[in-house]
Design a protein around this ligand. Structure first.
Ligand code: SF4
Length: 372
C-alpha cells in the first residue's frame, strides 16, 4: 500500500483506498476527479491502476484508416467530414480503389484496417461484404475493425434486415472488432444539438450490447470539449461501466478531443494539459472494468499522448495511414505516424512498446487484462 502514503489530497486518498480495495468509485468521486487541480495525486492513482493492469508495457498499432465515403445522410452539426452527394468534395471509393489502397498499405506492413464512413443511401450490404472479402483475400490475417454502431443500425434499416443478421453477415465476411465511434456524448440535451439525427445514446448502447452478444469486442468512445458538462461526462462513463458489467465486451475506452474547425459547433476552447489529464486519469480510475485506455496521438498531439502514458493510458493509438475524419476538423497533427516514431514516444516514457491490434491478442500472459 506504499503508494497510498504518497497522496496528500484527502479526497483523492479516499478514492485510492477504494481502488486498492477493488471498490468501484462513485459518481461524486468522478465529478471531483474531473474538476480537481491536483493532477499529480490523480495521476498517481491512474498510473497505479495502469501498472497493475499492464506492467511496463504500452501498446501501439500499425494500421491504416479506410474511410470509404464522406457522403452522409445525417450531416451532423459536429461533423467536418461529411458531404452531400453532389458536393464538390464528395467521394465514394469503388471496390477496386479500396483494393488498390489496401495492397499498398499491406506492402508497408500493416496489421489492421480500421473502416468507417458516412451513411450513404445507395450502398447495399453486398458492397460491404465484397469490400471485406476482398481485403481478407489480399491478406487473410489482417485484423478488420469495422463500422460504428451508427453504421450498423443504418445498414439494418436500409437493407430491412435484423441487426443480428447484419453483424452475422459482416462477421462472416471478415469483421473482427468494432471501433466504438458514434457514442459522442449520451446526454440527450447535448446530443440534440451536436448530432440531432444520429441514433440516441441508449440506441448506441443497445447496438453495442448486440455486438457483444454476437462475440465481437469493441471500443467505446466519448467526444469531449464541446457543449458537455462534467455531469454529462460522468453519466456517459457510468452507462459504459454498467454495460460492461453486463457484457464484458468493451476492450478499450477512447476519449476523443473535439476539434471544431469546419463544423457547426464551437469547440469550448483549446483544451489545456490539465483538461486532458483530468479526463483521461478520471476515466482510467472510474472505468475499473474496461481493460485498456487509449490516447490517440493524432487527436491530442504526440507530446500530450506521451505524457498521458503516465496518467492511466496504456495505448497510444496507431500509425493511421491516411486518416481523414479528425483532419477535416482541423487537427494539426500529420496524417501518418511511423512505427519508430510511436516506439520512441513509448520508450521515452520509460515504458516497453508492444505492437498489437484492437483485440490485443498478444497481451503477455502475466498481465492481468480483464478486471482491475
Ligand atoms: S458524424 Fe458520422 S453520421 Fe454524422 S454526418 Fe458525420 S459521418 Fe455522418
Amino acid at each position: 500500500m506504499e503508494f497510498l502514503d504518497t497522496l496528500q489530497n484527502k479526497t483523492l486518498r479516499s478514492i485510492a483506498e477504494k481502488v486498492c480495495n477493488n471498490v468501484p468509485v462513485s459518481k461524486e468521486d468522478a465529478l471531483y476527479m474531473l474538476t480537481t487541480d491536483d493532477i499529480l495525486d490523480l495521476g498517481a492513482i491512474a498510473n497505479h491502476i495502469r501498472t497493475r493492469l499492464h506492467g511496463d508495457i504500452a501498446y501501439y498499432g500499425v494500421n491504416m484508416n479506410l474511410n470509404y465515403t464522406n457522403i452522409c445522410e445525417l450531416r451532423c452539426p459536429l461533423c467536418a467530414y461529411s458531404c452531400d452527394e453532389n458536393d464538390e468534395n464528395a467521394f465514394l471509393l469503388s471496390l477496386d480503389e479500396i483494393d488498390r489502397r489496401i495492397r499498398k498499405a499491406v506492402l508497408m506492413g500493416i496489421d489492421e484496417v480500421h473502416i468507417v464512413g458516412g451513411l450513404h443511401p445507395d450502398l447495399g450490404i453486398d458492397y460491404f461484404e465484397q469490400m471485406l472479402r476482398r481485403i481478407k483475400k489480399i491478406k487473410p490475417d489482417i485484423h478488420i475493425v469495422g463500422f460504428t454502431a451508427v453504421e450498423y443500425d443504418y445498414f439494418a434499416k436500409k437493407n430491412k434486415i435484423p441487426l443480428e443478421d447484419v453483424f452475422k453477415r459482416l462477421m462472416d465476411a471478415g469483421v473482427e472488432a468494432l471501433p466504438g465511434g458514434g457514442a459522442e456524448i449520451f446526454s440527450p440535451r447535448v446530443r440534440d444539438i451536436i448530432a440531432p439525427k444520429k441514433i440516441s445514446g441508449s440506441k448506441w448502447l443497445s447496438v453495442m450490447r448486440t455486438a457483444h452478444k454476437m462475440g465481437l469486442k469493441t471500443n467505446a468512445t466519448l467526444l469531449y470539449n464541446h457543449l458537455e458538462t462534467p455531469v454529462d461526462i460522468v453519466d456517459h462513463l457510468l452507462q459504459i461501466r454498467d454495460l460492461q458489467d453486463e457484457t464484458g465486451g468493451f476492450k478499450t475506452f477512447v476519449p476523443l478531443q473535439f476539434h471544431g474547425e469546419n463544423t457547426k459547433i464551437d469547440a469550448r476552447r483549446e483544451t489545456t494539459g490539465y483538461d486532458d489529464i483530468r479526463l483521461y486519469a478520471a476515466s482510467r480510475i472510474f472505468l475499473h472494468n474496461v481493460p485498456h485506455l487509449k490516447a490517440l496521438w493524432m487527436y491530442l498531439g504526440d507530446k500530450m499522448a506521451q505524457v498521458l502514458l503516465r496518467f492511466g493510458v496504456d495505448d497510444i493509438g496507431a500509425t493511421y495511414h491516411n486518416e481523414k475524419v479528425v483532419h477535416a476538423a482541423g487537427a494539426q497533427t500529420p496524417d501518418f505516424g511511423s512505427e519508430p516514431f510511436l516506439r520512441r514516444l513509448i520508450h521515452e516514457a520509460q515504458l516497453i512498446p508492444e505492437r498489437t491490434t484492437a483485440s490485443y491478442p498478444n497481451v503477455s500472459a502475466h498481465l492481468k487484462e480483464d478486471v482491475v
